[in-house]
Design a binder for this molecule. Structure first.
Ligand code: GAR
Length: 193
């Protein structure tokens, strides 16, 4: 097998997907290594996960992230090949999309193109799915462009929703699918290079 690719995981919150991806990367012959974890908040739970595994971390400053390409030199220093957004809630700036063409993926907790766009994240998505009376939901994994949730779709996984399911229940069902599939899909994308 060729050399594992170095990925950076970007998070804003609890980091349960980051944890799954890190754990997946530790299995023998995994096609990637988590070389860095980048957080938009100093209290993002995923920072603790990275610390547990001695993975270098970086906490972003919003203005610097948006307005200067400073981050690129840090990603270069860590030899990052690929970026995985896992609950990262800031819009990815143009300089980063251009520096990593089709090399940034995101997971969104609904079946895009439904329930995507600005403000559609976390429980907002699941409440909207519930309110719309959807009969299924599930995560979408897609490439990232300069617009929220609009890049080309790589994979979708769906679970039935019954009328009794609360938004919280829908969230739990969708998150279970994220945990089951995200790391594997990342590995498949990297292997297809
Ligand atoms: C996940 O459900 C992910 O799909 C969602 O945030 C959650 C992060 O959970 N992302 C978005 O809503 C992006 N629009 P985690 O921090 O436990 O991995």
């Amino acid at each position: 097998m060729s050399q594992p690719k170095n990925i950076a995981i970007f998070i804003s919150g609890g980091g349960s997907n980051a944890r799954k991806i890190i754990e997946y990367s530790l299995v023998e012959d995994c096609g990637f290594k988590v070389a860095m974890l980048v957080a938009s908040k100093p209290d993002a739970g995923g920072l603790l996960v990275a610390a547990e595994h001695n993975i270098p971390t970086l906490v972003l400053d919003r203005k610097t992230f948006r307005e200067t390409p400073q981050l690129l030199s840090i990603l270069k220093e860590f030899d990052i090949d690929f970026i995985v957004l896992a609950g990262f809630l800031w819009l990815v700036p143009t300089y980063l999309v251009q520096a990593f063409p089709d090399k940034i993926v995101n997971i969104h907790p609904a079946l895009l193109p439904k329930f995507g766009g600005k403000g559609m994240y976390g429980m907002n998505v699941h409440r909207a799915v519930k309110a719309a009376g959807e009969t299924e939901s599930g995560p979408t994994i897609h490439f990232v462009n300069e617009r929220y949730d609009e890049g080309n779709i790589i994979a979708q996984f769906s679970t039935p929703i019954s009328p009794e399911d609360t938004a919280e229940k829908i969230a739990a069902k969708v998150l279970a699918l994220e945990h089951a599939h995200y790391a594997k899909v990342v590995e498949e994308v990297l292997l297809s290079w």
